[in-house]
Design a protein around this ligand. Structure first.
Ligand code: ZN
Length: 617
């Protein structure tokens, strides 16, 4: 180059500040003049040619020199020249059809008429929304253009910068296809650039494009039916009409309460979608499921199927999301979700009759009709003041319920507390003391076990009902507090069954555990008691000392994970002690559980006639 240094820097600065045909400098440089004088100016010819073919006029001096100069200096390429002419205001103002524009590109870049195949190939992509720059860029790497550029002694180059929609023509075609199928229109440039850009960055997958369009407000506003939406999802992901078996299969899944995103995500795993994606050079990917109800299909299906039985209507998407979300974050078990539905006004209105409620709740929770004995015991419970909530709690303990969850593929996560302890009270009920103890348990949300004496139950029936409703456990402590070791087999069985009947007749619930009087048992007792025998590992001797501080000290000094603590709900001093013990144990990190809960957490399968003193971890 022959420029003097200051001038060169000045021009370079201007060139880098602008891309348009600005008035940059006047006068020809010596080198250019010389080239023209000698009659050999291939680059100049290329520039002139572009003016003639694209703008259909002679170049003006400034423009000619600007282009020639930047090409000679390597600041612009042949591709830049063609591109900037084709996107210039002046060219746009000619308002040519796409075919005419392509004809020009073919002539300026290939020096020939376009062929049919080329035209239809590029018209397809132009129709998808790629820009004319994409064609130019597509041609720059061809042999034909390279050969032409060689002739004019010019670097072919490529178009820079390039819009997202021109980065990958097949990806653009895929996005345009989604616009066409779901929104029934051509994409707008901004939208096309947005989606193709996100795909280029790897932010979203082919499946997520479908999902985003289906979830878009524009699509939702069409208010299509479930079947119509499914048909469009099929068309977009399989490129075909939905068949009857597909419609049945996916409709059933949607009717189980999940959103269309769940279905899209499932379809994204199928080979047919992979095959379609391969045509567009894309990976199917997966949909990021955001609705809680989509994240646990079995649970959502279980709740959605149960809802109409309890409320006489389908659950809304919001209701399912809320329920499933609370199970996903671990704050509620499956039975707690059923309880939440049971608490709804819809349920009370629809199932005001207790028997109707019982039939519905068994159908929903266990997936089968309630037996006569279940209706009978449930009716006793409800008629005597046990809550519907607690009916669900009791059902949740049954094998039928657990089997149903397993059958539905639902994992009911039971958060196992770190430290557990079972407080137990014998010889009640005794309303003045029992109720004070229950007040404390209720206040702190703690559970305990009451081994009741059968012949006291009728007198203190309200205590039993309250114990059940507070999720405490009722155990059998014989009919009249007789030591079982003194009795015959028949005598033992009678003591047990009489007490169990007494509890059942009030609560509708049969005790599952017992405690022999004085903790005493022999082989006859073992063989005839017919229930697990729960003894104890911490003895407060509250009956002997009748001193609250003594009870407090005994419990707190012996408290360990898995202990079973013996007290009696007969003495006010015991109630005084419980008021201190319960909050203190909780403060020390214990969860206060029933004996059956303790066994469940410890994985202990209690056997009839077995004696259990503690269940330490
Ligand atoms: Zn006793």
């Amino acid at each position: 180059m022959h420029f003097s240094e200051p001038k060169k820097r000045f021009k370079f600065l201007l060139l880098s500040l602008t891309l348009c045909f600005s008035f940059l400098f006047s006068g020809m440089t010596p080198s250019l003049i010389r080239a023209e004088e000698e009659g050999e100016d291939p680059i100049g010819d290329f520039v002139t040619r572009a003016y003639t073919l694209i703008l259909e006029r002679e170049p003006e001096e400034e423009g000619f020199l600007f282009w020639k100069e930047s090409i000679v200096k390597g600041e612009r390429t042949a591709a830049d020249l063609v591109n900037e002419f084709m996107i210039s205001e002046e060219f746009r103002a000619r308002d040519l059809r796409q075919e005419q524009q392509m004809d020009i590109i073919y002539h300026v870049m290939f020096d020939r008429d376009p062929d049919e195949a080329g035209i239809s190939y590029w018209l397809f992509y132009l129709d998808c929304g790629v820009s004319i720059s994409a064609i130019i860029n597509g041609f720059t790497h061809s042999e034909e253009f390279t050969t032409l550029c060689k002739k004019y002694n010019i670097v072919p180059g490529e178009v820079k910068p390039i819009e997202n929609r021109d980065l990958n023509l097949n990806v653009t075609a895929y996005v345009a296809r989604a616009y066409n199928i779901f929104l029934e229109r051509k994409p707008e440039v901004d939208g096309l650039n947005y989606w193709t850009g996100r795909i280029a960055k790897g932010e979203i997958s082919a499946a997520e494009i479908v999902n985003n369009f289906v979830k878009s407000e524009e699509f939702r506003n069409k208010g299509l039916s479930q079947d119509e939406e499914l048909a469009l999802v099929y068309l977009s992901m399989f490129d075909r009409e939905i068949d009857d078996s597909g419609k049945t299969y996916w409709s059933e899944i949607l009717n189980n309460g999940v959103s269309i995103s769940y279905v899209i995500n499932q379809i994204a795993c199928l080979d047919e979608f992979s095959a379609l994606c391969a045509k567009y050079g894309m990976l199917p990917g997966a949909v990021e499921l955001t609705c809680p109800r989509d994240k646990n299909y079995p649970l959502t299906a279980y709740l959605a199927q149960g809802y109409p039985f309890l409320t006489n209507r389908q659950a809304t998407a919001e209701e399912l999301d809320e329920l499933v979300a609370s199970a996903l974050n671990g704050s509620r078990k499956v039975e707690d979700l059923i309880k939440a539905i049971v608490a709804k006004e819809d349920c009370w209105n629809y199932l005001s009759d207790n028997e109707a409620f019982l039939r519905a709740i068994y159908r929903v929770t266990c997936g089968k009709e309630a037996t006569d004995s279940q209706i009978n015991s449930g009716s006793i419970s409800l008629n005597n003041g046990i809550t519907r909530y607690h009916i669900v709690t009791e059902i949740a303990k049954t094998a039928d319920y657990k089997a149903r969850l397993a059958e539905m593929g639902i994992a009911n996560i039971i958060a196992k507390p770190e430290k557990v302890i079972a407080l137990t009270w014998d010889d009640g009920p005794n309303a003045p003391v029992t109720n004070r103890i229950l007040d404390v348990l209720e206040k702190y949300g703690a559970h305990g076990t009451f081994f009741v004496v059968g012949n006291r139950c009728r007198t203190y029936r309200s205590c039993l009902i309250r114990e059940v409703n507070l999720d405490c456990e009722i155990g059998n402590h014989t009919w009249d507090h007789t030591s079982l070791t003194k009795l015959s087999a028949d005598g033992i069985r009678s003591q047990i069954s009489q007490a169990n009947d007494a509890v059942f007749n009030i609560t509708g619930i049969r005790p599952k555990i017992m405690r022999p009087v004085g903790g005493a048992f022999n082989n006859t007792v073992r063989n005839n008691v017919g229930m697990p025998m729960i003894i104890w590992s911490v003895d407060t001797n509250d009956w002997k000392y009748r001193n609250a501080q003594h009870v407090i000290d005994e419990v707190l000094s012996h408290a360990r994970d898995g202990e079973i603590v013996l007290m009696h709900d007969l003495y006010t001093t015991t109630a005084d002690a419980v008021e201190v013990i319960v909050p203190e144990l909780i403060a020390r990190g214990y969860t206060l559980v029933t004996v059956s809960e303790l066994a469940e957490y410890r994985g202990v399968e209690m056997e009839n006639g077995g004696a259990y003193f503690s269940m330490r971890g």
